[in-house]
Design a protein around this ligand. Structure first.
Ligand SMILES: [Fe+2]
Length: 213
């Protein structure tokens, strides 16, 4: 499996080309600000782009979709969409083939109600649900509650060695693993929802105190 992160601009947004290299088949996640560059990277690697997804419907992740579709004929799918090729709906637990790999959808509401993470091989693409050392922005009510559940019931149940590729390079490193996040991410170390939301409430002060950018 090949994972090629591409810095697309915006708020240090990441697009990803993910491929079954042997089969020469790729999926694209969040082409965002630089769809032409994402397509170039895939084609230069001899890869055919079979499908594409957006991790959620925020403009900084979806603004390149029309151009991406024009270049590839592939429409990036969001939560709730139906894949024209497989007739599979993008919903929790849905699976899409990628050569010999499988793209498994985890519905992870919180940052937005339509947030998804994509579990492919030994990697998970977490959009704005989980960053390295941080978590996605939410309100301090229902959104935070949903995100807490998504993190603990979905993402943290993946194997510890699962590589984590977030939607923005805004964390303490560009990538991580589920095990490392479980052991070091201050939000994931909080033992219950109350202390999780408390950290969100006091995040600015916490960052300052701990020298986090
Ligand atoms: Fe977002």
């Amino acid at each position: 499996m090949l994972v090629h992160p591409i810095q697309t601009g915006g708020n240090r947004n990441f697009a990803y080309v993910v491929a079954d290299k042997a089969a020469g088949i790729a999926a694209v996640i969040d082409p965002s600000y630089r769809p032409a560059e994402v397509v170039r990277v895939a084609r230069q690697g001899g890869l055919t782009i079979a499908r594409a997804f957006c991790t959620h419907d925020h403009h900084d992740h979806t603004n390149g979709n029309a151009e991406f579709e024009r270049l590839t004929g592939v429409r990036p799918l969001l939560f709730g969409d139906t894949d024209p090729e497989t007739a599979n709906r993008v919903e929790d637990g849905a699976a899409f083939p990628l050569g010999d790999l499988t793209i498994r959808i985890l519905h992870t509401p919180g940052h937005t109600p339509d947030s998804i993470c994509l579990h492919i091989g030994d990697a998970v693409f977490t959009g704005d649900t989980l960053f390295v050392g941080k978590v996605g922005g939410t309100d301090l009510g229902a959104g935070a509650e949903a995100e807490y559940e998504s993190l603990h019931r979905k993402l943290l149940t993946l194997p510890a060695k699962t590589r984590v590729f977030p939607g923005h390079d805004v964390g303490v490193a560009p990538e991580s693993t589920i095990g490392h996040e479980r052991e070091t991410n201050p939000f994931l170390l909080r033992p219950d929802y109350e202390s999780f939301v408390e950290l969100k409430r006091n995040w600015a002060a916490y960052k300052k105190e701990h020298g986090i950018e």
